[in-house]
Design a protein. Structure first.
Length: 261
């Protein structure tokens, strides 16, 4: 019985020693910061990357990432012209490293659900309401910039640094999509009609220019004829192909070619 008790005590001492040895130190990995918690009370002294010591069973180290993280969400809102818009947005952010203990104390480890999610929903809805549905498409860079600015301002008060946002998609109602498609088609048809009209006008001007050119040429010829009949002879020489006629038009017909040979 005594040996059994000794063995039992030895076992508990061994377990206690293991807990003391392995529970008295911690390692904070690269890209993380640690929060030392003593009996539920977090210390405001941030634990940086590397090795550290703590009191086993009494203290623990809560680790939080300070790397760039991505939060993605969908938000539905009404545009300025009361069109329902579904927005998909991605937020790149990181925690302010020196404020990790405060973030843990005030927001906990699930800060993305408690803080980022409602901030994104509220700001996207407020910004969407300032633009018409068509402007959300044509002025997308301005929409993104406004959401980005407002979100940075809101989350910086909670020590969360927004690096950038991306609007991955705008979805509209089927009726609005059809209206946009019809508008684009009408604009394309209008543009085609304008181009056809320009082409017709150019062709008409060309025909007028050709007619005016021909009239001017006739006028010049008539002027030359009135001055000299030699002009007709000059035209004959310029149009002659260099071949002699095989017969003359006089009667009886004489083979002129055979006489030359």
């Amino acid at each position: 019985m005594e040996n059994h008790n000794i063995m039992l005590i030895s076992f508990f001492l061994f377990i206690f020693s293991v807990l003391v040895i392995f529970g008295s130190w911690y390692i904070v990995q690269p890209g993380e910061r640690g929060v030392l918690v003593t009996l539920g009370n977090p210390s405001m002294d941030v634990k940086n990357e590397g090795f550290g010591l703590k009191m086993p069973l009494i203290q623990s180290v809560k680790k939080m990432s300070v790397r760039t993280q991505k939060y993605e969400a969908e938000a539905s809102a009404a545009s300025k012209d009361l069109q329902i818009v579904s927005t998909k947005i991605a937020v790149n952010y990181h925690l302010l490293p020196e404020s990790v203990p405060k973030i843990y104390q005030e927001l906990g480890k699930y800060y993305s659900d408690n803080v980022i999610q409602p901030a994104v929903q509220e700001i996207v809805k407020a910004t969407t309401a300032e633009f018409t549905a068509e402007e959300l498409i044509t002025k997308r860079p301005q929409v993104k910039e406004q959401i980005n600015f407002n979100l940075k301002e809101r989350l910086s008060t909670r020590n969360i640094i927004v690096e950038d946002i991306s609007i991955t998609n705008f979805d509209f109602s089927e009726s609005f999509n059809n209206a946009i498609e019809q508008k684009v088609t009408a604009e394309q048809l209008k543009l085609k009609a304008e181009r056809d009209l320009q082409r017709i006008e150019v062709e008409a001007r060309q025909k007028v220019a050709e007619a005016e050119g021909q009239a001017q040429a006739i006028s010049i010829i008539e002027e030359q004829l009135s001055k000299s009949t030699n002009y007709i002879e000059w035209l004959k020489v310029n149009k002659w192909d260099g071949k002699l006629p095989s017969v003359t038009s006089t009667i009886p017909f004489i083979d002129v070619t055979s006489k030359i040979e």
